[in-house]
Design a protein around this ligand. Structure first.
Ligand SMILES: [Zn+2]
Length: 387
């Protein structure tokens, strides 16, 4: 096996424990050196602390837009998961390659790196760009600085392929997400005098109930888009904290909720509706008892949805590469919505399955990895001059 095969490169990439909370610089430096060895220059976009970086590199002619191959270098933690194999070392067993990030999504990055010599061997009519990000798993945070820079360029990339695991099936859409924290500030007192206090938990419960109602309205058939599962936007409260003892009226309560929005539905509308309800219905009652009462809403993270038209150039390219014209969607989010928002039409197609992503004993099959290698060779053909 060549040290530049996708499998050998995957073994190197898995060996860097790039959990989102930790630095990804060792991996980025490895990729930079690998590309430099092939004569390809990389540009790094560091985070403000200088501990993480995005990498951007271009192969092919300057002065024309091209195709971005995009992947995130960070992985989710393995803490508390029952791994039977070493997570940060590649193990091959029964046609499967095990290790954290093999499916999500170092397999794709390895395949892209392995394809670089093939891209270099041909005169290309438009360039291929490699865009590898950090902090995707914690809200698609890292890629934003790289996208801001790309947007300024006169020859912005024409389209983007994100290699998140879709079993090499083309995916043109996914929902967007808005995560919010709501903090309710009430007033404490001895529970025997409950009406003299402002019970933050009880007001939080009313707000959560309201979110439930908003969610039910979004699920009505007139809002359905059958391409997605579930076929409507959803609202969910996932974390709540409040109260110290049963004999104290709780002063504070905070809860986190998220909106998974169909492309085209503005998730912020849910937060706005909750804010209006809080101001019109709850705060006047709370402040009658204690003027310092408050309900504060703040975003935790957000990324836009994706719905690339089936008749677009990006959709045609991914159909050509994958051999399927289906308008596939996935339930998980990607950086695709951000690329799309930056004016770079985006599709998602990569090796492995998210059934294995984020789980113990994560794997990508050798067959899927080789399938991705083959798909990238079809991209070389597509980008070749004279085609
Ligand atoms: Zn991913």
């Amino acid at each position: 096996m060549s040290e530049f095969s996708s499998r050998a490169l995957l073994a190197r990439l898995v060996g860097f424990a790039t959990v989102s909370r930790d630095s990804n610089l060792q991996l980025i430096e490895f990729v930079r050196d690998y590309l430099a060895g092939l004569g390809v220059h990389s540009e790094l976009f560091l985070n403000p602390e200088g501990t993480k970086a995005n990498l951007f590199a271009t192969i092919g002619p300057e002065g024309v837009g091209g195709v971005v191959l995009s992947g995130h270098t960070d992985v989710v933690p393995v803490d508390g998961q029952a791994w039977t194999l070493e997570p940060f070392s590649l193990t091959e067993r029964d046609g499967r390659l095990y290790g954290r990030g093999t499916a999500d999504m170092k397999g794709f990055i390895a395949s892209v790196l392995a394809a670089v010599p093939a891209f270099l061997a041909q005169p290309l009519r438009m360039p291929v760009h490699l865009a590898f990000s950090y902090d995707e798993e914690v809200g698609c945070l890292g890629v934003r600085s790289m996208l801001a820079a790309l947007q300024q360029r006169p020859n912005k990339p024409r389209l983007c392929l994100i290699g998140e695991p879709t079993e090499l099936k083309p995916v043109l859409g996914h929902k967007g997400k808005l995560a919010m924290r709501c903090q309710v500030q009430g007033a404490a007192c001895h529970s025997a005098y409950a009406p003299y206090g402002v019970n933050a938990i009880e007001y939080a419960a009313k707000l959560i109930g309201k979110l439930g109602e908003i969610g039910e309205a979004l699920a009505l058939p007139e809002h359905h888009d059958a391409r997605f599962d579930p076929p409507f936007s959803t609202v969910q409260t996932g974390v709540i904290n409040g109260g110290r003892a049963l004999n104290i009226v709780p002063e504070e309560c905070a809860f986190d909720f998220e909106v998974r929005a169909l492309p085209g539905f503005e998730a912020q509308a849910v937060a706005d509706q909750l804010q209006t309800y809080a101001e019109a219905e709850l705060l006047p009652r709370m402040r009658k008892v204690n003027g310092a009462s408050a309900i504060r809403l703040a975003p935790l993270s957000a990324y836009p949805g994706l719905a690339t038209p089936a008749d677009s150039e990006a959709a045609r390219l991914v159909a050509l590469l994958s051999g399927s014209e289906a308008f596939g969607t996935v339930a998980f989010g990607t950086e695709g919505g951000l690329f799309d928002q930056a004016g770079i039409p985006t599709v998602v197609c990569g090796p492995g399955s998210m059934d294995q992503g984020h789980k113990p004993d994560e794997f990508v099959s050798v067959e899927q990895l080789q399938g991705c290698d083959a798909m990238l060779l079809r991209l070389v053909d597509y980008l070749k001059q004279g085609e």
